[in-house]
Design a protein around this ligand. Sequence first.
Ligand code: ADP
Ligand code: ADP
Length: 232
Amino acid sequence: TAAARVRGLTKTYGKGDALVRALDDVTLDLAAGEFTAIMGPSGSGKSTLMHCCAALDTATSGEVFIGDRELGNLKDKELTRLRRDEIGFVFQSFNLVPTLTAQENILLPQSIARRKPEPAWFDTIVDTVGIRDRLGHRPNQLSGGQQQRVAVARALVSRPTIVFADEPTGNLDSQSGAEVLELLRRSADEHGQTIVMVTHDPVAASYTDRVVFLADGRIVDELRDPDRDGVL
Ligand code: ADP
Ligand code: ADP
């Protein structure tokens, strides 16, 4: 069963001579519980694809289904609820709230949804990403790598059906990166979450079930059960 389906997705920016075709007729199925890596050169459309799938941006044409709902058919209220209850997003720029502590940032999706945190799962995530001793710090008191871990923890804590992560290990050393990748792997294996990750790192891609390669806004290749040599 597909957690998400993308059909003929095209996204353009600007017009006339300045028109940029960021995505050009992309069709893709994301199976439930599958961990997918999106790779490709800078400017190939990776972030745009993630934003359109996560209902953070709208398609110029084509369709995105999350479960059986087509995003273009949803009212703003339904989109808000979908983003809040079913989708997790790790932004490349972290998007942490500067006035809140790390702990408050991590629990923000749940407080917005007025849901009770699950203490055991919160502890597992905090310990896996290794930020327990930083929970009381605000983002400007954290390193880039620590902010990245907080952003990953925030995306996973409410157990969304589908998690989009834009280079979630880009600012981490290889040891912390490996821990974050293990956590994403476990989220798929043990909780059946669907994970989509943009990465430039073949080692990161080797944790996934499948690598989709983008170039100039199109899918140009796909690889199942990658190992790092296959991705390189
Ligand atoms: P990436 O590292 O994925 O290429 P960028 O730094 O290109 O990310 O983009 C970061 C943000 O800036 C994204 O939200 C993207 O939509 C936006 N962006 C990228 N290119 C442009 C552009 N030419 N004009 C305006 N916004 C852009
Ligand atoms: P990637 O994530 O693979 O680096 P992006 O999705 O960020 O690629 O960008 C794909 C193309 O769309 C690039 O040419 C980029 O400059 C352009 N682009 C992205 N966001 C914007 C935007 N908000 N306005 C104008 N152009 C954009």
